[in-house]
Design a protein around this ligand. Structure first.
Ligand SMILES: [Zn+2]
Length: 288
């Protein structure tokens, strides 16, 4: 199954509806980082909401950079994306393993802990936009709801879910997000609150119904605009030139020290499994 994001307007054009299936993206992240179930859920939920956030960027070239920096055992979650919905992400401690919550769910809030969520959007030549808010509970959905409300003055309702099977693979991941437009009426706000109660297990709904099935079952009668479909993907944009830029910023002295000790400079990309190796000659070349 391919990743999918579907957007349209609902409830008399007063709410923007986004439904995401990010199962494949989460499985790619699990494969790259060897994530534990709780780390998969934390990174997967963040990548899902960041895919939604990237779909709001004005141009395909605009970039998004999000960190969820909590004090829990998972450490920091980092997710990057762009207007083309090419997403990538990483966590500090991919192997973190903590007990399930009493209700049997993965304890994402316990793994993330308390801290801050920061969003940077870089848009062409303009100054990057940067916003930040304190985490509510580390469960990601509420944290981003608060972020949107205080930093972007946009009331949104967010349901996110990542379900991990017994083999450690993701069997269903995605989200349902309803964003209120400025003229949303009380009557429709109540409707949205009620419909969101259906998505406490959104990962199971993605697994069993898929994006189209969710629309059919819950939103068909309420759609008031055309449906636009996107194909997000896990894609790292690292390259040897990009890594060269990072190495140059470290300074020649630092690189010479590494060459002295290790014989080469090895750089592992944070977001994919690519490794970049620079020999003594390559390093000399950088400074020509
Ligand atoms: Zn990479």
């Amino acid at each position: 199954m391919k990743n999918k994001l579907v957007k349209t307007l609902v409830f008399e054009n007063q709410f923007s509806l986004s439904i995401l299936d990010t199962t494949e993206m989460v499985n790619r992240a699990i494969e790259i980082h060897d994530l534990s179930p709780v780390a998969s859920a934390a990174l997967g939920r963040t990548m899902t909401v960041c895919t939604y956030m990237s779909s709001g960027l004005k141009s395909q070239k605009d970039k998004l950079y999000v960190t969820v920096a909590g004090d829990g055992p998972l450490g920091k979650i980092t997710v990057c994306g762009n207007g083309e919905l090419q997403m990538r992400g990483a966590v500090d401690n991919p192997y973190v393993d903590i007990p399930l919550k009493p209700n049997g769910k993965l304890d994402v809030g316990g793994a993330v802990g308390k801290g801050r969520l920061t969003v940077v959007k870089s848009m062409g030549l303009k100054e990057p936009y940067s916003g930040s808010s304190e985490l509510v509970n580390g469960e990601i959905a509420e944290d981003f709801t608060k972020y949107y409300f205080y930093s972007e003055q946009q009331p949104i309702a967010v349901a996110l879910g990542v379900k991990i099977g017994v083999d450690g693979k993701c069997v269903g991941a995605g989200g349902v997000i309803l964003a209120a437009l400025p003229f949303a009426t009380e009557k429709n706000i109540v409707k949205v609150e009620n419909i969101m109660k259906e998505f406490t297990d959104v990962s199971t709904k993605i697994q069993t119904l898929g994006v189209d099935g969710i629309i059919e079952k819950y939103f068909k009668e309420e759609i008031t605009d055309e449906i636009v479909e996107y194909s997000p993907e896990y894609k790292c944009l690292c390259s040897k030139d990009y890594v060269k830029g990072i190495l140059i910023s470290l300074g020649k002295k630092e690189l010479d020290d590494i060459i002295e000790k290790e014989g080469q400079v090895k750089v592992d990309c944070q977001f994919c499994e690519k490794k970049y190796i620079f020999s003594k000659e390559d390093v000399e070349e950088l400074y020509k």
